[in-house]
Design a protein around this ligand. Structure first.
Ligand code: MCN
Ligand code: CUN
Length: 788
């Protein structure tokens, strides 16, 4: 991409340093727990030791005796205001505090309000709760068996634990393609329950000002406006109207999807503040965060792939059981209960596909959030990339050649997938070829053959993923009815500096820098002169927030469109200043000049000053614009990753020797930030591939509830990532950009799993579920008789 602006202006393509970093690296960020208000009270939560139990009695007397404890809040207290249940984003219902029974271990049971955090914790430790344990339903398959205990006894007509059935695609055509196929492969793939484990846990400070009746909530949320509207809808009956609610999302220490939902703690803090008229702070600790916040994945998949003898793929069939815990609290666009899972045909030109998903209730924390994945895209990519690899190996074909043969070709874009998506642009062969050249693929295959002769286990894994990000076109995408547009409002000040506000909310992605670069690119105002603000609902224009890598595709587009509206007016002002017709001006970023006489020109700063001091008669003063952008389509970033592993026959350890990621997110705003996103994303893809899993024992006790059991990779476990990119612009995005924030997390696990299976295929291993831990591999090696 040729750069249109100088490094000083810092438009698109410049790796300018992040504007937010000076405050972060000096420890001067303002995270929610940094906010301290006079007279603030603290909340701590009593949690259930049982996965399923009736609540017989809650005795607050000992807690009330702790100095500083002011109140113990129970479900009965909230029930008086009908606030003991709340709706989930998927229109299910979730307890704020229970009245009858608890549904998972670590569920909120009661809350203690005190004058200090320590008093609140001391109080919570001595609230006496009498439980009557009930049988726990842990396995979602068993949950759907006849005779399984019905969990949602609160739903009058509910007679089983089935939440919904969803299917997509042409079943008959798919069945026909399978009947006619020369070769079919079938595999059961489990994608385990994992947790985002962001550095900062969740929390809030709710401050209800009794004098003006206004509620202000500082909150770790990725979607402040949506939260405000949900609060107004849920709490309208107790007098909270939307103009009297202000949500402020301060600096956030990682969101990754886990900060999209509303958690009970937020609601309890708000209720406590409304009742006391004092600010109330609630901050989760690490174990609460891991044990009780929304989880991701937990998909039990059965996938089948069909091909002709020559290796041409024809059809895909998938059946999935989704474990949602005790309530469906997935953060999906409302029309898609399984998210965008139906992008599961991936990068391949399949003629037919059919996918079915069933949701089930179990005694586990609720969720189904996207963990750095645009709504179930990781599950989709893992499935298709594993299946394609299995098919290639089954046919005895090289997995790279096999992919090249079956890719959607560049000239087929825009491409309509068998499951109905319109892929905007792509060059899958180009990315894979670049990755193959980068790692020296042919040489690695030769080395692998030699090693295999010597009995050594080396594997090469490929993942050529296609993502779908930037939700989304309002025709199909809404959350609880609110359309998924996003917004940008720009004001140019008289001296040529600017402020731009957005409906999104950065959690570490660097929006203060990259949005300023978009404005710099369009307006020619240096990025350093542009203040970017997000996250305060009293000042930012309405938007749906940051997740699903939608900020660049949607709000980034809004920034370009709003800038262009400003330029329309700026051109008229410049024409007035230069005393020529607007059509007689040529524009380059930051400068209007007269056609044919380039010396006669006005800068954007001249124009800005004139907009307030010397604007044409009949024109309104000022230089401002706002755009609410409704994208015509999603964007489809893609990439090809190649992973090389060596497996230790003594321990079963998988060692990643090399990992090369070639990404394509269309035109790039800031290459350094994109590379940072890819590095972080790769580590978050490594995590579930080799380490992370939250499992439960038969009683529903959580097995990954602290960092002792939940293995988050550190720098020590992380290999040296090699990165690169190709550029295939999006044809419909005003800047040709696609999202990138989640790509690496989506694409990486399959490359690692494919490398492991590639190392073991000759021993008869077809599939290994992630996380691929040393004990799991060692057990396999032992079964095959190759341990050392
Ligand atoms: N970018 C760019 N050029 C492009 C695309 C993106 O320079 N063609 C830049 C953007 O300007 C932005 C960053 O890359 O600064 C990510 O942009 P985008 O892909 O639009 O994603 P979002 O900003 O919407 O971020 C969301 C995405 C998601 S959904 C998760 S989950 C995730 C991720 O970002 N959470 C993160 N990356 C994270 N990074 C950090 N540090 N913390 C998180 O919580
Ligand atoms: Cu996909 S996790 Mo992100 O959407 O916040």
């Amino acid at each position: 991409m040729t750069l249109r602006t100088s490094p000083e202006v810092g438009g698109m393509g410049h790796s300018i340093k992040r504007k937010e970093d000076p405050r972060f690296i000096r420890g001067k960020g303002t995270y929610v727990d940094d906010v301290v208000l006079p007279g603030m009270l603290y909340l701590d939560i009593v949690r259930s030791p049982h996965a399923h139990a009736k609540i017989v009695k809650i005795d607050p007397s000992k807690a009330m005796a702790v100095p500083g404890v002011l109140a113990v809040i129970t479900g009965q207290d909230l029930a008086k205001y009908n606030l003991h249940w709340m709706p989930t984003l998927m229109s299910d219902t979730q307890m704020v505090l229970p009245v009858e029974k608890v549904m998972y271990q670590a569920q909120e049971v009661a809350a203690v309000l005190a004058t200090s955090r320590y008093a609140a914790a001391d109080g919570a430790a001595v609230v006496e709760v009498e439980y009557d344990p009930l049988p726990a339903v842990v396995d979602p398959h068993k949950a759907l068996e006849p005779g399984a205990p019905v969990l949602r006894t609160d739903k009058k007509d509910k007679k089983d634990n089935h939440i919904w059935h969803w299917e997509w695609g042409d079943r008959a055509a798919t069945d026909r393609a399978f009947a006619e196929a020369d070769v079919t492969v079938k595999e059961k793939i489990y994608i385990p329950r994992i947790h985002v484990a962001s550095i900062e846990t969740c929390g809030c400070i709710a401050h209800f000002d009794k004098v003006d009746g206004k509620l202000t909530v500082w909150m770790t949320t990725q979607a402040p406006h949506a939260i405000r509207t949900v609060f107004a809808l849920v709490a309208g009956h107790v007098g909270l109207a939307e103009h009297k609610i202000r949500i402020i999302s301060p600096d956030i220490g990682g969101g990754f999807g886990g900060k999209v939902p509303v958690y009970p703690g937020y609601v309890i803090a708000v209720a406590a503040s409304v009742l006391t008229g004092k600010p109330v702070k609630w901050i989760e600790d690490r174990m609460e965060n891991l044990q009780a916040d929304s989880f991701a994945r937990d998909y039990h998949i059965t996938a089948e792939l069909a091909a002709k003898k020559d290796g041409t793929l024809t059809a895909l069939r998938i059946k999935t059981l989704a474990d949602h815990g005790y309530t469906d609290a997935a953060a999906n666009p409302s029309k898609f209960p399984a998210g965008l899972f139906h992008v599961c045909t991936g990068s391949y030109d399949l003629k037919a596909a059919h996918v079915e998903v069933d949701g089930a209730y179990t005694n586990k924390p609720p969720g189904g959030i996207a963990y750095r994945c645009s709504f179930r895209v990781t599950e989709a990519v893992h499935t298709i990339e594993r299946m394609v690899d299995i098919m290639a190996h089954q046919l005895g074909q090289d997995p790279a050649e096999f992919r090249m043969k079956n890719f959607i070709r560049p000239e087929q874009f825009p491409y309509k997938s068998a499951l109905g998506w319109e892929y905007d642009s792509g060059n899958y062969g180009g990315a894979l070829q670049k990755a193959m050249d980068g790692v020296g693929y042919a040489e690695l295959r030769r080395e692998q053959a030699e090693k295999r002769n010597r009995g050594e286990l080396m594997g090469i894994g490929i993942s050529s993923f296609t993502e779908i990000v930037g939700a989304g076109p309002s025709k199909h995408f809404d959350i609880l009815g609110i359309k998924m547009f996003d917004s940008c409002e720009i004001r140019i000040h008289p001296t040529g500096k600017a402020i731009a506000r957005f409906g999104t909310k950065s959690q570490g992605q660097g929006h203060e820098t990259t949005y300023a670069q978009i404005l710099a690119e369009e307006l020619g105002i240096p990025a350093a002169d542009i203040q970017v603000e997000e996250g305060d609902t009293d000042t930012a224009p309405y938007g749906l927030g940051t997740y699903a890598s939608r900020s660049t595709p949607v709000a980034g587009a809004a920034a370009a469109v709003a800038s262009r509206k400003i330029l329309d007016k700026a051109r008229k002002i410049a024409a007035h200043l230069l005393e020529v017709a607007a059509e007689d001006l040529v524009y380059e970023p930051g400068k209007f000049s007269v056609k044919g006489s380039p010396n006669r020109s006005k800068t954007i700063q001249d124009v800005a000053f004139a907009a307030y001091t010397n604007h044409p008669q009949g024109m309104e003063a000022g230089l401002e614009a706002v755009s609410y952008y409704d994208p015509p389509n999603l964007t489809y970033p893609f990439g090809s990753y190649i992973c090389v592993v060596d497996i230790d026959k003594g321990t079963g350890e998988v060692k990643i020797r090399r990992f090369l990621a070639i990404d394509d997110c269309g035109n790039i705003i800031n290459p350094m930030i994109v590379q940072g996103q890819v590095h972080g994303g790769l580590t978050m893809g490594l995590a579930p591939a080799l380490f992370e899993e939250i499992s439960y024992d038969e009683f529903g006790n959580v097995q990954g509830g602290s960092f002792i059991d939940y293995l988050v990779p550190t720098a020590v476990e992380t290999p040296k990532w090699e990165t690169g990119h190709t550029v295939t612009p999006s044809p419909h995005h005003p800047l040709g950009a696609k999202g990138v924030g989640e790509s690496a997390t989506v694409g990486a696990p399959a490359a690692i799993a494919n490398a492991v299976v590639d190392a073991l295929w000759h021993l008869g291993v077809r599939h290994v579920d992630i996380p691929i831990t040393p004990p799991k591999v060692w057990k396999l090696l032992r079964e095959k008789g190759v341990t050392e």
